[in-house]
Ligand binder design. Sequence first.
Ligand SMILES: C[S@@+](CC[C@H](N)C(=O)[O-])C[C@H]1O[C@@H](n2cnc3c(N)ncnc32)[C@H](O)[C@@H]1O
Length: 355
Amino acid sequence: MLRSTPVTTKLPVIDLERAAPEVGSPADADRDALLAGLRAPRAWIAPKFFYDALGSTLFDAITELDEYYLTRTERAILRAREREIAAASGCDGGTLIDLGAGNGEKAASLFAALRPREYVAVDISVDYMHHSLEVLQRRFPGIVMTDIGADIARPLVLPAHIGRTRRLFFYPGSSIGNFVPDQAQRFLAGLGAHVDDTGALLIGVDLVKDAATLQAAYDDPLGVTAAFNLNVLRRVNRIIGSDFVLADWRHVAFFDAAHSRIEMHLEARRAVCVRWASGERRFAAGERIHTENSYKYPLEAFAALLGRAGLEQHACWTDERQWFAVVLARRSGARRRSDCGEPTPDDGGAADQKR
Ligand SMILES: C[S@@+](CC[C@H](N)C(=O)[O-])C[C@H]1O[C@@H](n2cnc3c(N)ncnc32)[C@H](O)[C@@H]1O
């Protein structure tokens, strides 16, 4: 848990979003992407726009839901396997780079085992991450901490002072599932370029399972995921000055077995016209805006994806039900060969037995 004592630590915030406005700034690119998505015949909004301070807080609330097995299961695997993960990653005294770090709690749960010299949090939700890291820095004063505000879907630029050897990229939460597989392959290949033979990637992957379990995780009866999804329209209103009325929209989530992915949408409750300074878009009643994909992989398919990205699976750990996997990958040909561990006995599954 994060402590609620007043924060006095001052960390440098390296905000690449704000620091590199030259050739069409990221802010312009975001506006262009939103407008292109809203004008498309099948409207879409990229999931990165979920995450302002409220979106990050709503995501944290989602992780507390009974239906949202992902966080609990991944945490249990990390807890049960921390020593093996530390031994296999060889990050001792190195640099732990947490992509889409959020509150940084999953990485922090590994600090004792991994013993990194340096922790680098990268997230698009800059203020939320910065506050979280200030709290973490007070809890772990011996670790050098840096936060970087950046869109990880763009080429990653790490400051020169970040250690170059024994880098462990940590990408938990099954966020890799937000990319369509071709994008995921390019993203993973891009990460591979940031590690040498002493470096590795530790990635959380949500595995294929029954549709009812998947669907419940993304459409909870309390409506927290619905609020998280709808919040994106507030964000869009702020960025492009549009006049979306949240009450006109409802949350829709379903498992598309053909693509092995959860899709989230916002569906117009009635015919609406949304306006912004340079245009408008009419939506018929029932028309949808696609807001997120979350791909679910069979283990073998994820290993194959790593291979196409020039990486190889070095080890993987799953829960007893094989609902979630934590995969350690290295650049192809680096050091030891692939090895898949036994499922974690019980821990990850016990809390979720009711489904
Ligand atoms: C599903 S949450 C996972 C949070 C945390 N790592 C965990 O596993 O609980 C996704 C995180 O990635 C961040 N994020 C989403 N899209 C991003 C992007 N394109 N660039 C950087 N961060 C992003 C969000 O702000 C959020 O903190």
